[in-house]
Design a protein around this ligand. Structure first.
Ligand code: SF4
Length: 456
């Protein structure tokens, strides 16, 4: 078992991780996100993706994970050096360094490591970084087809975002968007059309058939919207037709923006297969509809209940992307989840809080300090109540604690970010255009921010 009885996250970190090195993270070896549409990969969703060598996968399909860049970063972690792409974790840990050691804040590197067996982690640390490693947890995206175009997403991950850019042109006057997320259609994210042979998809299915289905503990399909991809259904069919051949747990990310019959089809197709479903949301009602363009709030709520009522999922996980606009109703949203836990059970539904860094003008840190402080105080009040609530998990509380500290102490969303003034100007420039293109109204949706917004 990864954790011993009654061990806290911090005790685990000291016992298993710190004795290896001050920067070791099991995700660099055993976890990957792979975008097969663009031929890119990363170790978790924090570091930016990098290219997979299309020549290397012809003879070694595992090179869709074991890239030269990851091998170099594994070597760094073995020596206690910090790969720059993992800045998300270093930033969280550096908040803690300024404080009492007993109040150390846990970064994602602990949560991404604790899921692996101690022996496998020892082997990763003690094996040459040159070696290929078989994945244990994998998040894979086949393509970017998606019916939503959320404000913090972009055309690289959503075909509906592509349509916005194609119809209206790129967004303009975004000084801080150095990576040009919103200025073009990101054709490189979809290198092959649906009828083409995609060598990355081919490599994945080859690796899956030969080795991966034997070692992989969790396969999580993401997108785009995975339920709109034929490859997702092909994999589900594989699981049904090959019962007993693989112990891999199947997980699917879905925005749940469907009529119920689609979910019924999913539950029927996965009958007898352990399935975890991950969905995204982080605010309520009109806030959620504004942030996640395409979302029908009532439909999302009723689909969550439908899935919980079915009793057929292994777990339902709500991923909250903490952006500036969700803060105003995040607290209420989290209490909604806690109340669902009371109804359906502590483990039936849970939440994770992922703090948005890009696009940096949508970071919660761009809000005026009085709003951030007020939200942090309100969340702290809820944290104290949740800490005494048997329905809340330690990992949920830790993530809430670190968000509160983040709002109170961190100044800049990432190193090299432009000044807050420029980010705030971009914030307004973006949402003025977003409103026009999507038929939305910032001032109506967020009246609490209207006066401040009008000064930008
Ligand atoms: S960002 Fe953090 S969790 Fe992700 S691979 Fe790097 S150290 Fe691990």
């Amino acid at each position: 078992m990864p954790k011993i009885a009654n061990e806290s996250d911090l005790q685990y970190k000291r016992r298993v991780i710190d004795i290896k090195s001050s920067s070791f993270c099991g995700a660099k070896w055993y976890n990957a996100t792979i975008w097969l549409g663009s031929g890119q990969t990363t170790s978790c969703h924090h570091p930016l993706p990098h290219a997979i060598d299309v020549e290397a996968i012809k003879t070694n399909p595992s090179a869709i994970h074991n890239t030269l860049q990851k091998k170099a970063e594994r070597a760094m972690m073995q020596k206690g050096e910090r790969p720059s792409g993992c800045e998300y974790c270093w930033k969280i840990e550096d908040i803690a360094d300024q404080e009492d050691a007993s109040d150390e804040i846990i970064s994602d590197r602990v949560y991404k490591t604790v899921i692996y067996d101690d022996g496998d982690l020892d082997e990763a640390f003690n094996t040459s970084a040159e070696q290929d490693v078989n994945l244990q947890t994998l998040e894979i995206a086949f393509d970017r087809t998606c019916q939503f175009a959320c404000s913090y997403c972009n055309p690289a991950f959503s075909s509906t975002w592509v349509k916005d850019i194609r119809r209206n042109g790129g967004y303009t006057n975004l000084v801080s968007d150095g990576r040009n997320h919103f200025t073009h259609e990101h054709d490189s994210s979809q290198l092959y059309i649906i009828t083409d042979v995609n060598p990355y998809v081919e490599a994945f299915f080859k690796w899956w058939e030969t080795d991966l289905h034997k070692t992989l503990k969790e396969l999580r399909i993401t997108g785009g919207e995975p339920l709109m991809s034929g490859y997702t259904w092909r994999l589900i069919d594989w699981f049904q037709e090959n019962r007993g051949r693989s112990k891999t747990r199947l997980a699917i990310n879905s925005n749940l923006g469907f009529e119920q019959d689609k979910l019924e089809r999913l539950l029927d197709a996965t009958a007898g297969i352990e399935l975890d479903l991950y969905t995204s949301n982080e605010s309520i009602g009109r806030h959620a509809i504004y942030i996640r363009d395409g979302l029908d709030w009532d439909q999302w709520c009723s689909n969550v209940r439908y899935l919980l009522d079915s009793g057929k999922l292994r777990g339902l996980h709500v991923m909250c992307t903490i952006n500036a606009l969700c803060l105003l109703s995040l607290r209420e949203f989290l209490w909604n989840i806690v109340n669902l836990k009371r109804e359906y059970g502590r483990d039936a539904i849970n939440f994770s809080l992922n703090i948005l860094r890009f696009p940096s003008f949508q970071s919660p840190l761009i809000l005026p300090s009085e709003v951030r402080e007020k939200v942090a105080d309100e969340l702290a009040y809820s944290y104290n109540l949740m800490a005494d609530d048997v329905f809340c998990h330690e990992f949920e509380l830790n993530q809430l604690h670190r968000l509160i500290e983040y709002l109170r102490t961190v100044d800049s969303p990432h190193s090299g970010a432009v000044s807050r003034e420029i980010l705030q100007r971009d914030f307004k420039n973006f949402y003025e255009q977003y409103d026009q293109r999507r038929g939305k109204d910032f001032r109506y949706t967020f009246p609490e921010l209207k006066d401040w917004y009008d000064t930008l």
